[in-house]
Design a binder for this molecule. Sequence first.
Ligand code: SF4
Length: 372
Amino acid sequence: MGFDELLKKCDENNNFTIYTSLCKAQRILMRSYAPICSISGGADSDIVLDLIHKVDEDEKVKYIWIDTGLEYSATKEHLTELEQKYGIEILRIKPDKPIPTCVREYGVPFLSKYVSEQMMRLQKHNFQWEDEPLEVLLKKYPNCKTSLQWWCGERYSDKDGVQKISQFSISRNKYLKEFIMQNPPDFPISNKCCEYAKKKPAKRIVKKLDADLDITGIRKAEGGIRSAAYKTCFSECKSKGCNTYRPIFWYTDKDKRDYEEIFGVQHSRCYTEYGLRRTGCVGCPFSKHINEELAIIEKNEPNLYKAALNIFGKSYEYTAKYRAFVKEMKALEKEKKQHDRLSCSTKTSSGNSANYGDSCNSCVSVGTEEKE
Ligand code: SF4
């Protein structure tokens, strides 16, 4: 299909996000001499591959896939299908260290990349998960300021002293601090598998292939720290000489569905048969739907299920305990609110008949209005 026909199809389907992305991808590829496209085998990556392949008239794009050491067999099969469909070769890249080795050597990921990073740093300093003011902790553990700031939800500088923070604070995960204080982890936590099984091999291959453009499938709508790290679809990187391009950065979920329909994109069996909502490393503890995913993995890839339990088991248990804790705390909070409301209204009604001075603040105006 010629480029004009592609655009016509987008036009006919009233999707100008896809239309624009095709035009932009063509322009960006024209300016690159050695582009690489990272394939994951997931749904977003399928669209990126289809889009890039459509505009890569000189067939200069090299496609790479990093084997993290915990990959669905359905993903591996899908890579072969993609190679056949598009007549391309997808280079299989070995990780610097596969996930099982990373977890064994450094620790297991827990909850999110950021939480794991901070907990890993604190564990390194033999932190005792104590609830002390930031100034006290900074003196006690002088070399982990960022993580202590996360733990306390405060920032310290000589100029401004201690100030509350919200974005990089533990309070972004409700009751996490209370949970950890009551249940200190007895196993090492780390996000190093992302570094050794994903980031480092990606950097290595960029260097090896002397790539000047790295194409990835990040979308703003997917949310999370990965997409929040970028503001646009293109990042120039003068230092390493390799720019990054995210062709579907502005795609909404509807644009994705439109693209699949307009251009007939088929996803791997992970989606079509297993019913997974997302792919990636098998059983990654960062997944918000990990229990649902584990049930699917157990049914469809039993050997990988056993491997995931073996590798991430401690994190699954700790996460389940944390979720139960949050549920319990929320129930208590609700109960307390109800109790406060009840005692408040009791006070008000007794105040109406006897003494308005006893009413709680939130009820004073009501009591006053009623009196008038
Ligand atoms: S996505 Fe999860 S399992 Fe995969 S490398 Fe990162 S932390 Fe490890």
